[in-house]
Design a protein around this ligand. Structure first.
Ligand code: FAD
Length: 305
């Protein structure tokens, strides 16, 4: 992994730096580019505006790595309230939710995680929409996939996430090809023992996993902003005889918005990952690590205030 990227990812866990960034005057402008806002109102407005442009959304209530059962409970309630609100406002057909298991108790035990995730899934079912379980660092992959498998016994539509930088992912894609799977490159700092280090290897692994998913009868969700991959994925989908709507593209809020609209204009289903909430620091650092240009944008904004 390139040294700048691993330094920024290491900064994601640094509490002193977090406080420094949070109180810097230019931070808000940068955060607003990638995060819809802090509360339900802004999250719901973002869905409404995306829906107006023919895009769907998956909403992520920011927060991760909790070791506090009350915090996990607050996160679950936030998701349940949000789903009810989307339903009441007629927006549930346009939005699902994305949940990080570490935010709802993964470090507090399997039973609690499963109960909490199940409550979000039950609320989504009541509202007529779905849930995708985000994937975090490789130490959690087995536990997360096991929880997804357990949830799917009741809610078969629960989405799993695979990361093409992991060496194991092609095999996982074959195993999960009959289901809803988001495929992304992966956003964490991982050791070479488990992950490909070179960008080309990660891309090649992405295409192999995409082929496995397209060959199955599940619903692949291709999460990438990479123009080359987007083109290849469109071609592969046609080669496998996939109709538009039998798979989707996903991108992050604030990243390549014109491309999101272009793909939707061509008839593709496009879902935008919309983060909201106060705990934006770890998320922002992962976005900055992905692209040095974002880092200079960030430093310029901080310096300009
Ligand atoms: P890259 O090679 O990083 O980028 C390709 C091109 O896309 C760049 O050249 C640039 O033009 C553009 N681009 C990419 N990132 C940015 C950016 N931050 N700002 C501006 N332009 C950019 N990762 C996980 O580990 N677990 C998850 O559960 C997860 N869920 C995701 C859900 C969605 C919908 C998306 C889109 C991503 C998710 N990710 C997740 C993040 C993902 O793993 C990558 O870190 C991220 O998408 C960047 O990879 P890329 O495929 O866009 O390709």
């Amino acid at each position: 992994m390139n040294p700048l990227r691993s330094t920024i990812l290491a900064a994601a866990g640094n509490e002193r730096l977090r406080r420094l960034v949070a109180t810097a005057p230019g931070t808000r402008a940068v955060v607003e580019r990638f995060v819809a806002g802090e509360g339900h109102d802004q999250a719901v407005e973002a869905v409404r505006s995306l829906a107006g442009d023919g895009l769907t959304a998956t909403l992520d209530y920011l927060g991760e790595d909790t070791t506090d059962a009350e915090q996990a409970e607050r996160t679950v309630r936030t998701y349940v309230d949000l789903l009810d609100r989307l339903h009441d406002e007629g927006l549930a057909p346009h939005a699902e939710v994305s949940v990080k298991l570490s935010a709802i108790g993964q470090k507090l035990g399997e039973r609690l995680t499963l109960d909490n995730a199940g409550r979000v899934c039950a609320a989504a079912e009541r509202c007529g929409t779905t849930v995708t379980i985000d994937m975090e660092d490789h130490t959690t992959t087995d536990a997360t996939l096991a929880t997804v498998a357990e949830l799917r016994r009741t809610w078969p539509w629960v989405g799993a996430v695979l990361q093409s930088y992991l060496r194991r992912t092609e095999a996982d894609a074959r195993a999960l090809a009959g289901s809803r799977v988001r495929l992304c490159k992966g956003a964490y700092a991982e050791p070479e023992s488990v992950a490909f280090a070179g960008a080309h290897e990660v891309d090649r692994s992405y295409v192999r996993a995409a082929n496995a998913l397209l060959a199955g009868d599940g619903y692949p969700m291709f999460a990438t902003h990479d123009p080359r991959l987007v083109e290849i994925l469109g071609e592969r989908a046609r080669w496998y005889g996939r109709k538009q709507g039998s798979y989707e593209f996903q991108m992050l809020y604030g990243i390549r918005p014109d491309e999101q609209r272009r793909l939707a204009g061509e008839g593709e289903t496009v879902r935008v990952y919309v983060p909201f909430g106060e705990q934006w620091y770890g998320y922002l650092m992962r976005r900055l690590a992905e692209r040095p240009a974002n880092l200079s944008f960030f430093l310029r904004a901080l310096a300009s205030r």
